[in-house]
Design a protein around this ligand. Structure first.
Ligand code: SF4
Length: 62
């Protein structure tokens, strides 16, 4: 699984960085991806963060 963030959609709410800090962190005005290649043991958490993102800014590629 690969993940990226659409910075134009991100509202910087912080949900993704709070829920999966090994993958997401907050930058100045948006969240950013630390590890675009998601380890298998974090795939479920990353999918959950994408589902919870209020602006659907988290894009998953399988
Ligand atoms: S959950 Fe979505 S809107 Fe919130 S910081 Fe993460 S990518 Fe941005």
């Amino acid at each position: 699984m690969k993940v990226k963030i659409d910075a134009d959609l991100c509202s910087a709410c912080g949900v993704c960085a709070d829920s999966v800090p090994d993958i997401f962190r907050m930058a100045d005005t948006t969240a950013e991806v630390i590890k675009p290649d998601v380890p298998a043991n974090l795939e479920k958490e990353v999918q959950g963060a994408a589902d919870d993102c209020p602006t659907s800014a988290i894009i998953i590629e399988k």
